[in-house]
Design a protein around this ligand. Structure first.
Ligand code: DX5
Ligand code: ZN
Length: 216
């Protein structure tokens, strides 16, 4: 069964607590939190105080996606703020720092993940596959919700699933961007087991039914 992680980037920030409780009530598994610094991606979203605040109102795992330059500078603060899963981008720093950041995240008792932008080849993730608990394959250019799903990323998901089955079978694969009631199927067929959904979840006429479709 796949997990669904609604992204609060598409939530109503004035009513964040209401929307978080709605995510719980509709049976979703994780809450996906998109952190953007205006440098790694051309958008600015939310940061540490919001993660802290969310931690106070939900027991659902907080899946924090850092789209920031040199994430090693902030991983400790995000874990202490309440992240259960912390994702860093491999394009955001030198490999040595990425490895060090992953070790740091795990040493703090948090699950660590690496993410790849659409133009980053799957092979670029190889040095990190035994050092992380999840790989996040971006299926849109990171930065904004509501973009179209890039189906050509499915080959990357397949390659990573096959490789992980050999070197780190417990490692999850998450997809993020343009996942909706239609595209979710191909993600799961190719080996993704955590699906982020921003606009599709919040726009769904029947959110509980949408959650079930993605989980099935
Ligand atoms: C994009 C973010 C996504 C975004 C997904 O940079 O990482 O998590 O919220 O939104 P949708 O599902 O609308 O593509
Ligand atoms: Zn995200």
């Amino acid at each position: 069964m796949a997990k669904i992680a609604p992204s609060i980037l598409s939530a109503d920030f004035v009513n964040l607590e209401r929307d978080i409780h709605n995510i719980e009530e509709n049976g979703a598994d994780w809450v996906h939190v998109d952190v953007m610094d205006g440098l790694f991606v051309p958008n600015i979203s939310i940061g540490i105080p919001v993660v802290q605040a969310l931690r106070r109102v939900t027991d659902l795992p907080l899946d924090v996606h850092l789209m920031i330059e040199r994430p090693i500078r902030y991983v400790e603060q995000f874990v202490r703020a309440g992240a259960d899963w912390l994702t860093i981008h491999i394009e955001a720093d030198q490999p040595q720092n990425t490895l060090e950041a992953l070790d740091k995240i795990r040493a703090l008792g948090c699950k660590a993940a690496v993410s790849l932008k659409p133009r980053t080849p799957a092979e670029a993730a190889l040095p990190y596959l035994t050092k992380c608990d999840m790989v996040l394959v971006m299926t849109v250019e990171p930065g904004f919700g509501g973009q179209s799903f890039m189906a050509d990323m499915m080959e990357k998901v397949r390659f990573l699933r096959t490789t992980l089955d050999r070197v780190n079978p417990e490692c999850r694969i998450e997809v993020d961007g343009g996942v909706d009631a239609v595209t979710q199927a191909v993600c799961k067929q190719n080996g993704a087991d955590v699906l982020v959904t921003g606009s599709a979840y919040f726009k769904a006429a029947d959110r509980a039914a949408f959650v079930k479709t993605v989980q099935s």
